[in-house]
Design a protein around this ligand. Structure first.
Ligand code: ZN
Ligand code: ZN
Length: 254
């Protein structure tokens, strides 16, 4: 069973949620053979969500189950934005992600030179310390792209990646959170999924549940490389993935 729990129908705010705009996302989900599509727009865009249009588009493809979520960035979202999204009815899950170090949107290609100006160990330390703090908030269910900091292939920290990542994986386990295998990293200079297979192996050792997401910001990317995510998960030993309904985790064989 394949699912895609990380789909942005509103892009970064450049689209709306009219039936015409969301229909292609469901058509692609059906074409890719997905059992579930999880809509996880950025919380800042929550006021633009039109659940009725999503449900209507879904009705043309009843073989795909719709799940409703949001991707939050607790270090950037305002309390009002978070409260607004959290109060919306019928939410199945929240993804918690880190995209900023201070004011630096580090995953913005226009700002990638900043990696050259900074000490990479410090960058790793700052990134993982924020992921760690996010895990303590209890606000979300799935940790989004948990090693996103590698996306522009900035080189390895001297202390090694696991020096920074491992304590956070323990925090993820302690907080009973799920980690997504996010395939969008394959399109970035690092050309790897998030997380790397090394981190994924550690997740498996810690018995951290996983799910799958494409991080599609356009309909054509829905379900992209999810079959590769499944292969990677199987290689390290996983036999089940987490799905979500009204913030309850349901494990299924994939
Ligand atoms: Zn993200
Ligand atoms: Zn995303």
């Amino acid at each position: 069973m394949l699912v895609d729990y990380h789909v942005h129908t509103l892009g970064h705010g450049e689209y709306g949620n009219s039936l015409e705009e969301v229909y292609p996302f469901f058509r692609e989900a059906s074409k890719q053979g997905l059992a579930q599509i999880g809509i996880a727009d950025h919380t800042q865009l929550a006021p633009s969500r039109a659940v009725s249009a999503l449900r209507q588009a879904n009705s043309y493809f009843p073989e795909v189950e719709l799940r409703l979520g949001f991707e939050l960035d607790f270090s950037r979202d305002t309390e009002e934005q978070l409260n607004f999204a959290m109060a919306m009815p019928g939410i199945d899950y929240f993804i918690g992600s880190i995209h900023y170090i201070g004011d630096w949107l580090f995953n913005n290609a226009a700002l990638r030179d900043e990696f050259k100006r900074r000490d990479i160990d410090t960058v790793y330390e700052q990134y993982y310390s924020q992921v760690n703090s996010a895990c303590m908030t209890g606000l979300f269910d799935i940790v989004g792209h948990c090693d996103l900091i590698k996306l522009f292939d900035p080189g390895l920290p001297q202390k090694g990646i696991m020096y920074y990542a491992d304590p956070v994986l323990k925090a993820i386990k302690d907080a009973n959170l799920c980690v997504e295998i996010n395939t969008s990293g394959l399109q970035r200079p690092i050309s790897e999924m998030y997380p790397s297979e090394e981190i994924l192996r550690r997740c498996y050792e810690y018995e951290i549940p996983i799910t799958f997401g494409s991080d599609a910001h356009v309909a054509a990317d829905v379900g992209r490389d999810i079959s590769l995510a499944r292969q990677s998960a199987k290689r390290v030993g996983y036999r089940q993935i987490a799905t979500f309904a009204k913030r309850r985790r349901i494990m299924v064989v994939f």
